[in-house]
Ligand binder design. Structure first.
Ligand code: GRF
Length: 203
């Protein structure tokens, strides 16, 4: 896994690994103080720190990141809260096996601050998406989504908490399906109106 921050998805993925038939082979962080890194260490997971501040260019940082990942020899690379935009050369190293989780129903609300933007836009449905990473920010092919109805009294905090709870089921579910060879791995962008696989109904 590749992380930068809080690590709640890492925790959920780790706690559910054995019952979902996948194994976390290691955790790479670009931030030395990331709580995710502390959690990984406390669990005895192999960890590597690749601090982007230590590299003069993005290309050098991404080379080091790739080396750290390749050293762990994963089948699939799961980003969760990784706060660096990855360049084309990096993404092309891992065609069809670089995943990210994003807190919105993509293609709606790519980028940051998704919950506030969803509330301001007045949408009635919101949720989380696992997608393949491509050069397009939050624009890669969608693998699975989980959604919810926004309630009339919802605020950013309640919505963020509800979406995060969805994420904690969605990512393990996707990796379980991946481990079973059940994930279709599209290698090109799907049109935005293609219907994604939903892993739970809107509720
Ligand atoms: C999650 O909301 C994820 O969708 C987004 O960043 C957040 C990471 O949270 N990409 P955590 O570090 O897993 O708690």
């Amino acid at each position: 896994m590749v992380v930068s921050g809080r690590g709640s998805n890492l925790r959920s993925l780790h706690e559910k690994a054995s019952e979902h038939d996948y194994l976390i082979v290691g955790v790479v962080s670009n931030k030395p103080m990331a709580p995710a890194l502390d959690y990984a260490v406390s669990c005895g997971l192999p960890t590597q720190l690749v601090d982007h501040h230590a590299y003069a260019t993005r290309a050098l940082f991404e080379d080091a990141l790739a080396q750290a990942i390749d050293h762990m020899n994963p089948d699939v690379i799961a980003l969760a809260g990784f706060l660096r935009v990855l360049g084309a050369d990096f993404v092309r190293r891992y065609p069809g096996r670089l995943l990210n989780i994003h807190p919105s129903l993509l293609p709606s609300f790519p980028g940051l601050d998704t919950h506030r933007r969803a509330l301001e836009a007045g949408v009635r449905e919101h949720g989380a998406t696992v997608h393949l990473v491509t050069e397009a920010l939050d624009g890669g092919p969608i693998i699975a989504q989980a959604g919810l109805h926004i309630t009339p009294t919802e605020d950013v905090a309640t919505l963020a908490a509800r979406v995060l709870a969805l994420e904690h089921d969605l990512y393990p579910y996707v990796l379980q399906r991946w481990a079973r060879g059940e994930v279709v791995r599209p290698l090109t962008h799907r049109p935005h109106n293609a219907s994604p696989a939903r892993t739970s109904g809107i509720n």
